[in-house]
Design a binder for this molecule. Structure first.
Ligand code: CUK
Ligand code: CUA
Length: 662
């Protein structure tokens, strides 16, 4: 591809810069080379040298700058979709520049996009209610791009909300959130929102066990009444929405299921979920009992859950499921008997569960173990087919021999967590306690190199890393702490993304990006040329129904209809006025505003707000919005456009007059 050429070219520039005898350049041969080459580049080189000295930059710094600097107007090669952690949002970031391109409102209202402030998007947020409770934040962990044949297709993004057991669907046609699906059975999720290689399902597995269906049972009945769950949300690609009615779930034992991944190529049709706390510790610190953290760290082995979801799907279709809160759930007994669920030991309190690009192996990191354990899928499959079980757990779930299921273990270091892959057969594992990225060979099962990162790396991510054909090139360390990396901003520090160049023999740390909005967990990086977002909407489009809104207005058809105490205002927005711009209602009236942007020019966005009513809309070209409110306070309320859309933007205003009752 073109980019290879670019990299070579950059390399040449770097050599040019490095031979000018920068401070710290003591290599004689290089200096001799410099004298030979100097005439061709002397002007630029001299100033580069001065700049380097003035800013105290090393050659490595200059090389990193040349690899990441994006001149104005030039575009990035990749886009990262990163979880926004507690912000409930998703970040879109360009690579290699690490420039923030967009903050996508997902679970949390986001005012710039007018997301969750009175308009149509309120329905998306309302759809995410759990037990009738509107929830306006989330703990976003894992963004996952839709796939076709195991490759990112750039159409949709799915993210999970660990805190509230929800999954969201973001349409990459307009980078906006279209659906939030609450899981009616669980109290939290974590292994999500992973997709199978053709995005038939979005997979969401529970984290902390609870009685299924969000029911009550005392903790003394933990082992009998509490359960885990693997949810398979059916994704309807033509509608671009999850179809809850066509979805199903598998009941799991009350171990704390953690990360999950879907099989690919030969392991397509299977899912893998690791777990901790197979001790089923429940804490009780006030009663003098050990906290969950120590209770959960007694066993030397926890369980990798191997799930034959194709078989589960067939059993559900054959009527073997029971329906709970509208979801078809395959009972644990059936899953155990039919070979849908099988367990394998995994080293003490694991984290990370990552299927290799070729689908032949699953890599699990051991938080309290120094290894990355590589499970061989063919061995697992054969053992299940032959029913070569070592025993059963307390719930009757068959257990395979650990020894006979693995390809091997690689000594990584203290606290290996997540693993990603490149195009050359290397795996990169985040090593939390050591604050390092460990590069190792999947073929030779051997550690190759370790790179220090800053600090306490959690997730790690690679370019196109979860596909059947990763790109290599870039790895991103997603560090939990930044300590001394940035200017201080008070006791809450930003997390730190570190971009790493993995094209060469040695890994090179290129740049830092502070994330001052939440703690991102995972992210994915897609080639920019796979994304094809629209530049504007068709006139009158409601982005949340993906249709022309029945209330959309065209120019000249603007009007105010009154029926009793209901006032419908059909309004248009175009540079630089609203029609109508005077709305008179009576105190207590219900006001329905229907606003269509008549713009069809790129990047001509208007905003709409009216004083006091907590209404804030973003009207991108062609977009239609509906907003309703009760005019319950008499007075005069300015309304205006909130985007600086033209020279006469400030004049894009009007009045809502609410006449007092008496
Ligand atoms: S978890 Cu956060 S560092 Cu939710 Cu994927 Cu491992
Ligand atoms: Cu429209 Cu400012």
């Amino acid at each position: 591809m073109k980019t290879r050429g670019t990299h070579l070219a950059l390399g040449a520039i770097v050599i040019g810069a490095s031979i000018v005898g920068a401070p710290g350049c003591s290599n004689k041969a290089e200096q001799a080379f410099e004298q030979q080459q100097a005439p061709a580049a002397i002007g630029a080189s001299a100033s580069v040298k001065e700049l380097m000295a003035a800013r105290g930059l090393s050659e490595a710094d200059v090389e990193a700058a040349l690899k990441t600097y994006m001149p104005t107007g030039k575009k990035d090669e990749y886009m990262i979709f990163a979880s926004g952690g507690q912000s409930g949002q998703v970040l879109a970031i360009g690579v290699p520049s690490m420039r923030l391109l967009k903050l996508i409102g997902v679970f949390t209202p986001e005012p710039w996009q007018g997301y969750g402030y009175g308009g149509e998007s309120d329905k998306v947020i309302a759809g995410g209610a759990q037990s009738g409770h509107r929830i306006t934040w989330a703990d976003v962990h894992h963004p996952n791009l839709s796939e076709t044949k195991g490759d990112y297709d750039g159409e949709f993004l799915f993210v999970n909300d660990k805190a509230n057991g929800r999954v969201a669907v973001i349409d990459l046609k307009d980078f906006s959130t279209k659906q939030i699906v609450p899981n009616p059975l669980v109290g939290s999720d974590h292994g999500g929102a992973f997709v199978d290689p053709n995005t038939n399902y979005v997979i969401e597995t529970s984290q902390y066990p609870t009685p299924l269906g969000r029911e009550y049972a005392p903790l003394s009945e933990y082992k009998t009444k509490y359960r885990g769950l693997a949810m398979f949300w059916k994704f309807d690609r033509t509608k671009g929405r999850i179809d809850p009615a066509a979805s199903f779930a598998i009941e799991l034992p009350p171990y704390t299921q953690d990360l999950a991944d879907a099989g690919k190529i030969g392991s397509d049709g299977w899912a893998f979920i690791n777990s901790f706390n197979t001790e089923m510790a429940i804490g009780g610190t006030l009663q003098g009992k050990p906290p969950i953290e120590s209770g959960a760290s007694q066993n030397d082995m926890d369980y990798l859950h191997v799930v034959d979801w194709k078989k589960a799907e067939a059993l559900v279709a054959a009527g073997r499921a029971t329906t709970m809160k509208g979801v078809r759930v395959l009972p644990l007994t059936v899953a155990a008997e039919e070979g849908v669920l099988t367990l394998i030991g995994e080293p003490k309190s694991p984290h990370g569960c990552d299927v290799t690009p070729d689908g032949t192996a699953i890599v699990v990191g051991g938080k309290l173990d120094t290894h990355a354990t590589v499970y061989e899928f063919s061995k697992i499959k054969d053992a299940i087919a032959a029913k070569r079980y070592e025993g059963k757990d307390a719930y009757g779930v068959p257990i395979l021999s650990f020894k006979d299921s693995i390809r091997g273990q690689v000594e990584i270091g203290l606290g290996p967590l997540h693993t990603v892959f490149d195009d050359k057969g290397f795996a990169y594992t985040s090593v939390f306690i050591e604050s390092k990225v460990a590069k190792w060979s999947l073929k030779e099962m051997k550690l190759v190199e370790k790179l220090s990162v800053h600090y306490n790396i959690g997730h790690i991510m690679a370019a196109e890393g979860d596909t059947v054909s990763p790109d290599g090139k870039y790895v991103v360390a997603m560090n939990k702490m930044s300590i001394d990396r940035f200017s201080p901003v008070g006791p809450l520090y930003p997390q730190n993304f570190q971009l790493i160049d993995v094209t060469g023999e040695k890994m090179r740390l290129l740049s830092d990006m502070p994330i001052g909005i939440g703690e991102p967990h995972y992210s994915q990086m897609i080639k920019m040329d796979k994304l094809h977002p629209v530049k504007m909407y068709p006139m009158g489009q409601n982005p949340y129904t993906d249709k022309i809104d029945p209330q959309a207005v065209t120019g000249g058809k603007e009007r105010i209809d009154r029926k009793g105490n209901v006032v419908d205002v059909y309004m248009t927005a175009i540079r630089s006025h609203f029609t109508p711009d005077q709305i008179e209602v009576n105190e207590g009236d219900t006001v329905n505003l229907h606003i269509t942007s008549l713009e069809q020019a790129e990047d001509q966005t208007h905003g709409f707000t009216v004083n006091m009513y907590n209404i804030d809309l973003s009207l991108e070209p062609g977009k239609h919005e509906n907003v309703s409110f009760k005019a319950d306070v008499p007075g005069v309320f300015p309304m205006y456009c909130t985007e600086f859309c033209s020279a006469l933007h400030l004049e894009m205003a009007g009045y809502l007059l609410v006449k007092p009752k008496n």
